[in-house]
Ligand binder design. Structure first.
Ligand code: CP3
Length: 348
């Protein structure tokens, strides 16, 4: 068995702290609108949240990029806004507009969040995880995920997406007890949601803190690092060997503190950070994941090759998972993804 040699799936070996060259690769938003086969299935379910909660469809679109490109990991198809929806908070997706949520303004909005209800609403997600574990090829690792409490809270206070999440940041300063109550409730729900995914067969977990970068350093410690550290600790207690990837997008130099204190096994790295700096900063045994510019993938050709090869050199002596610095954008030509995989897999 694997007891003496560690994990055999390339992605899990890197998350256990091993170096691999070429590195394993998967891409954030690898299931999505850039793929014609995704758009076809998506057209069958116009309501995006219903789509996320349909195991048949969610399993199919998760597998599409695996079949096409043989990535080293599949990421569960769902969304970071499924848990607030499941908790009973009004969330909908408008075509061309992104997510629209009710705005949290007071205690009553937080007290209305119902974890017992959430468990039954998100049950189909766990069915998707079970189906994926049964269907995936043996070398491919299954990543489960959730939005981190701060980022989900930010959407709930703001009522949707935002350039700067000003309303959420203002509440965090002006009504810290209220914002803390929201984050605490989300922490509890996120723990339950991720534990269920682990029990259903997720082999690694990722926390998306997509808006961590709007916070000042002290607010980052309070709303990003502290809840993440508590979540990692609680997950570790239940699943000691389950690796956790934290992605505090926009953290900048705070990423070093984040890795040192939250206990994550790997740090997601956004495009703005020098990968060589991250590689040098990572403590022994911790992995990095990222950080090719999604626009280099859209451009393709010589620019893509140059950026990818530079990144491969910057990270070659560290445990690293090759990925983008943020999600694939819909205008990405599918052929460029195949090109990128060829570049990465021929690294020497
Ligand atoms: O392939 C995968 O990466 C797995 C599935 C996944 C989706 N969203 C599917 C999705 C994952 C991991 C997410 C995470 C997510 N969702 C994040 C964190 C990562 C990041 O991008 O920062 C955030 C902030 C969200 C919230 C969200 N979901 C927004 C803002 C939008 C609208 C923007 C857009 O691209 O339309 C979504 C919708 C969404 N989630 C789509 C997909 C494939 C597009 C919806 C569609 O098919 O019409």
């Amino acid at each position: 068995m694997t007891e003496h040699t560690g994990p055999t799936k390339p992605l899990l070996a890197v998350l256990a702290g091993q170096t691999a060259h070429p590195p394993p690769i998967w891409l954030m938003r690898q299931a999505g609108r850039y793929l014609p086969e995704y758009r076809k299935v998506r057209a069958e379910a116009p309501d995006f949240l219903a789509f996320c909660l349909a195991p048949e469809l969610a399993t199919e679109v998760t597998l599409q990029p695996i079949r096409r490109y043989a990535f080293d990991a599949a990421i569960l198809f769902s969304d970071i806004l499924v848990p607030p929806f499941a908790l009973g908070h009004p969330v909908r997706f408008e075509a061309g507009e992104g997510p629209v949520l009710a705005r949290v303004t007071g205690r009553a909005d937080i007290e209305a969040l119902d974890l017992a209800r959430a468990r039954s609403v998100w049950a189909p997600v766990m069915e998707t995880v079970r189906r994926l574990r049964a269907a995936l090829p043996p070398q491919v690792a299954l990543i489960g995920f959730a939005g981190a409490p701060f980022t989900v809270a930010a959407y709930m206070v703001e009522g949707g997406g935002s350039r700067d999440f000003a309303a959420a940041r203002r509440m965090a300063y002006a009504q810290p007890e209220l914002f803390a109550a929201l984050v605490a409730r989300l922490e509890e729900a996120t723990l339950a949601y991720l534990c269920e995914q682990a029990e259903a067969g997720a082999e690694a977990l990722m926390l998306f803190d997509s808006w961590a970068g709007v916070l000042s350093p002290s607010q980052f410690r309070t709303w990003v690092m502290a809840p993440t550290a508590r979540l990692v600790c609680a997950l570790r207690a239940r699943f000691p060997h389950l690796p956790i990837i934290g992605f505090p997008r926009g953290a900048g130099p705070m990423l070093a503190d984040y890795v040192a204190t939250t206990g994550v096994n790997a740090a997601g790295v956004d495009t703005a950070l020098p990968a060589a700096w991250v590689a040098a900063m990572l403590p022994a045994g911790k992995a990095g994941q990222g950080n090719l510019d999604p626009m280099a993938l859209v451009a393709g050709g010589a620019a893509l090759r140059q950026e990818a090869e530079r990144l491969l050199q910057d990270i070659r002596d560290k445990p690293w998972i090759f990925n983008l610095g943020h999600g694939i954008v819909p205008e990405t030509p599918p052929d460029h993804v195949a090109e990128l995989i060829a570049i990465v897999r021929s690294a020497r």
